[in-house]
Design a protein around this ligand. Structure first.
Ligand code: GDP
Length: 180
């Protein structure tokens, strides 16, 4: 089945987002502690695609050796996984573009792996500030290596925001790939 990989820095809100998408509490473990999701987990959604939960990058508290191991897993997954349709890079909507995220997106791009950006924790901004933050983020991407901006989604797991849009998008590309 087609797979969609979710990845981002530790604590970005990935587990919460996955729980929101699955509509089942505590399916992916959430915690205030960074670096908890350590292996590649598959969640079957609507019987026709897999959401793939990849380990977070940028751990503060993980040894160098573990970091290398995770990196190897992630790299192998992206380069070898035929079922992979698209990656979703999660970024905290409050933060400026972080080098580790930008490098990762560039790495995906250089290997021809499609991706979209998921902005998380939108409830932490005033509603009027949300689009400004997103626009500033995308502008930075365009100042870098990108000539066009990737698709993006604005989400809040605590306010149940962006779920319909994100699932609709995935179902749509899933429909296209399963017909081709
Ligand atoms: P992960 O390490 O990326 O899996 O992040 P978690 O899902 O465990 O979330 C990290 C922290 O951010 C936890 O304290 C969550 O409660 C909090 N968090 C996650 N998503 C949201 C959100 O949409 N809004 C708010 N306000 N907090 C969030």
């Amino acid at each position: 089945l087609p797979e969609y990989a979710f990845i981002g820095r530790s604590n970005v809100g990935k587990s919460s987002l996955i729980n929101m998408l699955m509509d089942q509490k505590n399916l992916a473990k959430t915690s205030g502690r960074p670096g908890k999701t350590q292996l590649i987990n598959h969640f079957k959604i609507n019987k026709n695609w897999f959401l793939v939960d990849l380990p977070g990058y940028g751990y503060a508290r993980v040894s160098k050796k573990d970091k290398k191991t995770f990196q190897k897993y992630i790299t192998e997954y992206f380069l070898k996984r035929k079922q992979l349709v698209s990656a979703f890079v999660l970024v905290d909507i409050r933060h400026e573009p972080q080098p580790v995220d930008l490098e990762f997106m560039e790495w995906l791009g250089s290997h021809g792996i499609p991706f979209a950006i998921i902005f998380t924790k939108a409830d932490k901004l005033k509603p009027g500030a949300i689009q400004n933050h997103v626009d500033a983020y995308l502008k930075k991407l365009l100042e870098g290596v990108w000539e066009e901006t990737p698709p993006y989604f604005i989400t809040s797991s605590s306010k149940h925001m962006g779920r319909k849009e994100l699932l609709g998008y995935i179902e749509e590309i899933n429909h296209q790939v399963s017909r081709s």
